[in-house]
Write a protein that binds this ligand. Structure first.
Ligand code: NZQ
Ligand code: ZN
Length: 378
């Protein structure tokens, strides 16, 4: 067992915790408050953030879109430079947070910050970032991953940097009260797949990682079973907690991971605009069936320890599908608005990004990806 793990994000979890912002951000900082299309004005997050910042100098930037683009964030960059901003406060879901991670790094980079996305440069420094989370799904609020898109080329790409960890994240699930069923379901499925990308790989000996991942799976399975209670604070705060834990990379520390479902899903979003979680649900079950030989032992372990299913891996995958379907998310690409170029499109994007041998053992090739998409369209 060998790993390095350092997560510097301070979590403030619970109702009213947003007030802590006034002391978490030094009073001499010039803050840029960044948000999306305005949902934060309906659930109290905006009002409470502004109240917490009443003694700070702050500016605002709104309009960060779902699947944030660098074109939009570069407009925020102009404000950062013009006003001498030295603290970014992201209020929203994964898109606003990721857009702000890019912004914080771009602000201290002398060049086109897309360089971080296409691997031409590594982040060396970033402005400090704080987060008020309003949508439980990505885990971006306390991890080092950034996913942004470039409209000009239609690309959606990612990078990791330890400079991207937010300094703090406010997790107050009362801001989730305005989320639609679609967004709640998306959050549940995204967290389920995050757990899987770190768990459904090689058999390992790390009892802590496996045990905790199984706990997260059981929690998500319970939330899906209690879907009728999705508007209750209890349900929502548990989703917020689980989604956070599923992608702060603790369960991935020291274990082999496989982010293939995400890599394929990101292309489906880039080409066809599928919601992030929906792009995963149409890939993962088909990938698991095709990769059964390599992932079989872990699928069996999940079946036994999470669902109580023994010696029937197909039943485990069918159970995963039924969980997604039970919250209204399809596992078939044929149910989505795509066209007959989908395989060719993913193929060409994967080729240009160098994703020709992915998966925990490097055995998921372009042909495998084509087969996964074909199965999903049957
Ligand atoms: O823009 P606003 O008005 O805020 O509306 C948003 C948006 O339309 C809305 N929303 C957010 N909080 C709300 C709310 N509506 C009502 N009430 C609230 N409390 O929800 C819509 C979707 O928001 P978005 O931030 O896009 O969703 P999510 O958190 O699922 O983030 C998805 C993005 O994160 C990336 C995805 O690829 C996608 O770009 N990911 C980031 C990861 C990371 N950094 O660790 C990992 C993930 O795997 C993922 O790839
Ligand atoms: Zn995800």
């Amino acid at each position: 067992m060998e790993f390095s793990y350092h997560n510097p994000t301070a979590i403030e979890f619970g109702q009213g915790k947003i007030a802590a912002i006034s002391s978490l951000i030094a009073i001499d900082k010039k803050v840029l408050l960044v948000y999306g299309g305005g949902s934060i004005k309906k659930n109290g997050a905006y009002e409470q953030t502004v109240k917490a910042l009443q003694n700070h100098t702050f500016f605002e930037f709104s309009g960060v879109e779902p699947n944030p683009s660098i074109e939009t964030m570069n407009k925020a960059l102009e404000i950062v430079k013009k006003e001498g901003i030295d603290f970014i406060l992201a209020v929203g879901g994964g898109s606003v947070i990721d857009g702000c991670k890019y912004l914080a790094a771009a602000a201290l980079y002398d060049g086109d910050a897309w360089d971080f996305l296409d691997g031409k440069a590594e982040v060396q420094a970033a402005l400090p970032l704080g987060v008020v989370l309003t949508l439980a799904a990505t885990g971006s609020e306390s991890n080092n991953l950034t996913v942004v898109s470039k409209k000009e080329t239609g690309e959606k790409r990612l990078y990791f940097s330890n400079h991207s960890y937010p300094q703090f994240a406010i997790l107050d699930s009362s801001f989730m009260s305005t989320l639609s069923d679609r967004q709640l379901a998306n959050g549940l499925v995204d967290a389920f797949v995050h757990t899987s990308e770190q768990y459904l790989t090689n058999v390992n000996t790390t009892l802590v990682n496996d045990g905790y991942a199984e706990t997260l799976y059981r929690g998500l399975t319970k939330l899906a079973a209690k879907w009728d209670e999705r508007s209750t604070p209890l349900w929502q705060e548990n989703l917020m907690h689980i989604a956070n834990q599923a992608l702060n990379f603790q369960i991935g520390a020291g274990v082999v991971q496989d982010w293939s479902t995400h890599l394929i899903g990101h292309e489906l979003t880039a080409f066809y605009g599928l919601d992030h979680a929906r792009s995963l649900a149409v890939v993962q079950p088909h990938l698991l069936r095709i990769m059964m030989e390599e992932k079989g032992e872990k699928i069996a372990q999940m079946g036994k320890n999470v669902f109580g299913i023994e010696n029937d891996n197909e039943a485990v995958i069918a159970k995963i599908e039924s969980i997604y379907q039970s919250v209204g998310i399809t596992t078939k690409l044929s149910d989505c608005k795509i066209d007959d170029k989908v395989i060719a499109n993913v193929h060409s994007a994967f080729t240009s990004h160098g994703y020709t041998a992915i998966g925990e053992n490097g055995t998921i090739t372009l042909d495998t990806v084509a087969q996964i998409l074909t199965d999903s369209m049957k």
